[in-house]
Design a protein around this ligand. Structure first.
Ligand code: URA
Length: 233
């Protein structure tokens, strides 16, 4: 801020923050596929508006649907544990999902997660693209097959393509790895090995977070977007 006027970089930041809030609102109203009609609300991404690293999951789960925030349920707790072990800070990550509404089936009173159909992920794709265009991350991490397909625009065999950087159609770097739910569901005897392999995959993205800020990115990024508030709900 200079002479009471936001500097050019700050103005860009502000307009991106506003645009992300507007996008969040628009996803909430989205009925381009049937999922929005059954969910409590959309769950948009959150994190620093110009985070270097964007982490993309599949879709919100039960807890995320109720709280309106990504990765706050059991998969999110596992992700947070990995973030801590890697020495990352969730505050530096922009965390979002390929699909913005929770897909589930009712079993009694329980809402059981259902994998989104390809047409549902495709209908949601433009929201994710708009988010990426505003945040402009240096690299992305795809957690699981739905996120990987959404980002790379093709079927991704996660088990054979994990732990490597891939390039999307725009030339953006995308690291593919498992979704944390796969670790929650996996063979208990393999738990420790699976955990270590997952951390190893994710650790490839540390270089993106560790880099010295380039001149254009030196300013502290105080602005976070969007954490659902009364104004955006
Ligand atoms: N699983 C996801 O893919 N995203 C969330 O936000 C929560 C669980």
């Amino acid at each position: 801020m200079r002479n009471g006027m936001p500097a050019h970089g700050d103005r860009l930041m502000t307009s991106a923050t506003i645009a992300l809030h507007e996008l969040a609102r628009a996803t909430d109203a989205c009925r381009e596929c049937p999922l929005g009609a059954h969910a409590t609300q959309s769950v948009f991404g959150e994190g620093p508006v110009h985070a270097r690293l964007m982490v993309v999951g599949e879709q919100p789960g039960d807890k995320e649907d109720l709280e309106g925030r990504p990765f706050v349920g059991p998969a999110g707790r596992l992700f947070d544990r990995a973030v801590a072990e890697l020495g990352w800070s969730r505050d530096k990550l922009y965390v979002t999902n390929a699909v913005k509404h929770f897909k589930y089936e009712l079993r009694g009173k329980r809402r059981i997660h259902k994998t989104p159909a390809q047409r549902e992920a495709e209908a949601c794709h433009h929201w994710l693209e708009s988010e990426i265009a505003l945040v402009k991350p240096e690299a992305l991490v795809a957690l699981g097959g739905v996120a990987a397909r959404s980002l790379l625009g093709r079927h991704v065999a996660v088990m054979s393509e994990r732990g490597r950087w891939h390039e999307d159609a725009e030339g953006r770097r995308v690291l593919v790895t498992l979704h944390p739910s796969a670790l929650l569901r996996g063979d208990p005897a393999q738990k420790e090995a699976a955990w270590k392999a997952w951390l190893h995959d994710l650790s490839l993205a540390s270089e993106v977070l560790d880099k010295t800020p380039s001149p254009a990115r030196k300013k502290p990024r105080a602005t976070h977007a969007p954490r659902r508030t009364a104004a955006t709900a």
